[in-house]
Design a protein around this ligand. Structure first.
Ligand code: UDP
Length: 576
């Protein structure tokens, strides 16, 4: 298949992904970019004594699945593979100990990672509370929130020169003495803008919310209880703030640690910036996503998944992502060491709602949930098969002994295989197709470009296809839809098309969460998802969503109420 990229895809590629000469002129075509990436990643097979013929064949397969837009690695791999930088991962977690040395080392490491296009997550939970004493100076500690602002300022400064804007996740445990400060630290949505923040809540805390009991706040150094709060009051403040402008999010930290594949290496304290990748301190992870929209075939006049090709793509993608670990140049030796202990990879999907719509299956339907279960369990099972094969040829991940897989003798090459990433940019490069497992945001819409905030107009490709097929595609109608965002009340659009093309705001939060939960069930790591609410949603609605996510086994939750921030990445309609 000849490479067919959309205008927006080319725009994004030219801006940051394709090689440029010293005058800033693009000197690489998208095909050459895919060749560069395929070659660099296939080369890792040399480490495992593969023949040159085998490597050439593998390179061709890697190239083809990218050229077909069936699979995309995360942005740093596309940008940096086969080039001097060669930093290929999107996700990092760094430790922050309670000392000036550790805090400022971590800031330096963060700057290096951001420069190379990676995102960083941190837990600030080990820092002593605000107003506690500093032994060496007799002064007063400023606490986690004030140090977060230093990380934020450093990120802001590096942002201009880096490959893309650096993103951070800041986590604080719910039992840290400064938790109330933390929950409100982004109340002003102009502050700490280079961070997403999430409260790490424990099982004990959630139980006490339900029973309306108090819980202890623990001094991170002495591990002694220093204060007590009513769990319900803390929870209510989180809900109120999230309702106000989407932050903080929540992560269920005990649930994450129950799934920690290598408990002997330590506890998981944080995730990467968008929440989909829990990692140990100094661990990194590279992600890749299968474009389900590109894996449809027509049978008996109807679209369905091409399961055979999907299976091939899953196996090739796991091989690809495992190779990335070997050819990656890590920004720090500690990261190199930790990453190669667990060899975590994160294979996920994009184009889910575009594919559903093309199959005429509404996102908010039992049929969609059942298909999600079928697709993701298939991806998880086939990814594991490939990882078992790789382990036979290359060995298990070094920390396998003592891992949760040892008891069942599941000799894997990778401690985790699946993650559902936001695919913010790669879904533009591969598409346009819908991102991750998100519903379509709108059928015709403006998107603030993640790279430079320029506004771009897009028509959902599945919608365009279906409307063209029925002879209903006119510019005038598309303009009308662009104004509204949704077609639910448009009589010009046939009923079955209206039903299949539900957009994010036509879908209730309950269905959003159901979809996140079903994908989580078959995902080793976590799922990036925003639960979208109408502008007029109540605090009650948000509280219910948090409880539902907890009950349904999600690892965390991010909500966003429409128009609750002064700047938002996606907006529906050109007029209200
Ligand atoms: N990320 C980042 N800066 C950005 C976008 C993403 O650091 O501007 C990191 C972050 O860790 C995020 C991960 O990349 O969780 C994956 O994001 P996404 O899937 O949107 O990236 P893409 O590969 O599409 O660029």
């Amino acid at each position: 298949m000849a490479l067919k990229l959309s205008e927006n895809s080319l725009k994004v590629l030219e801006k940051r992904y394709l090689k440029k000469d010293e005058n800033g002129k693009v000197v690489e075509t998208p095909q050459e970019m895919f060749t560069r990436v395929a070659k660099a990643i296939a080369a890792a097979d040399r480490l495992y004594r593969k023949t040159e013929d085998d490597i050439a064949a593998l390179e061709h397969k890697f190239f083809t699945m990218m050229e077909n837009l069936e699979f995309m690695p995360n942005s740093p791999t596309l940008m940096n593979a086969g080039r001097d930088l060669s930093q290929l991962s999107a996700c990092f977690v760094l430790p922050i100990e309670d000392s000036m040395d550790s805090i400022f080392d971590s800031i330096k490491f963060t700057a290096l990672i951001h420069k190379s296009g990676g995102g960083t997550g941190f837990s600030f939970s080990r820092l002593r509370a605000r107003s506690s004493t500093v032994r060496s100076t007799g002064g007063i500690a400023s606490g986690p929130v004030s140090f977060m602002k230093v990380f934020d300022a450093a990120t802001q400064a590096v942002k201009q020169g880096g490959t893309r804007r650096g993103a951070n996740m800041g986590i604080l445990r719910v039992d840290h003495p400064d938790i109330m400060d933390f929950i409100v630290c982004k109340e002003n949505d102009k502050e700490i803008n280079n961070f997403n923040i999430s409260v790490a809540v424990t099982e004990d805390f959630m139980r006490k919310v339900t029973k309306d009991e108090e819980y202890d706040l623990i001094d991170p150094n002495t591990h002694k209880a220093v204060h007590r709060l009513k769990a319900k009051e803390v929870f209510e403040l989180m809900v109120k703030m999230a309702h106000k402008n989407g932050e903080p999010g929540i992560i269920f930290i005990d649930r994450i640690n129950n799934n920690n594949p290598t408990p002997l290496l330590g506890k998981i304290e944080s995730t990467n910036p968008c929440g989909e990748q829990p990692l140990l301190p100094f661990e990194s992870c590279n992600l890749g996503s299968i474009n389900l929209y590109a894996l449809l075939k027509k049978a008996d006049g109807k679209f369905e998944f091409d399961w055979d090709r999907l299976k091939e793509i899953i196996h090739l993608s796991v091989h690809f992502l495992d190779n990335v670990i070997d050819v990656n140049k890590y920004p720090l030796s500690q990261i190199d060491k930790m990453t190669k202990q667990t060899r975590k990879i994160g294979l996920g999907i994009m184009g889910w709602s575009s594919a559903l719509a093309k199959m005429m299956i509404p996102y908010d339907s039992d049929e969609a949930i059942a298909l999600a279960e079928k697709v993701m369990s298939f991806i998880q099972a086939e990814a594991r098969k490939e990882s078992l094969d790789l382990a036979r040829a290359r060995g298990t991940f070094p920390a396998y002994k003592g891992s949760i897989f040892e008891a069942s003798n599941l000799r894997l090459r990778n401690a985790t295989l699946t993650t559902i990433a936001p695919t913010g940019t790669i879904s533009i490069i591969a598409g346009p197709c819908s991102s991750g497992i998100e519903p379509m945001f709108a059928l015709c819409y403006q998107r603030a470009n993640v790279l430079d905030n320029a506004r771009m107009i897009e028509v959902e490709p599945a919608f365009k296809d279906v409307m063209e097929e029925k002879g209903l595609y006119t510019r005038k109608l598309m303009e009308k839809i662009a104004e509204k965002g949704s077609v639910q009340e448009m009589k010009e659009v046939p009923e079955d098309i209206r039903r299949a093309f539900v957009t994010s705001h036509d879908i209730t939060p309950e269905w959003h969460i159901k979809m996140q939960a079903v994908f989580q069930k078959f995902t080793d790591n976590a799922v990036s998802k925003t639960i979208n609410f109408h502008e007029d949603a109540s605090i009650d609605d948000v509280r219910k969503a948090y409880m539902l996510a907890y009950e349904m086994g999600c690892k965390g939750l991010t909500i966003y109420r429409d128009k609750s921030r002064s700047e938002q990445v996606l907006s529906v309609g050109t007029k209200d």
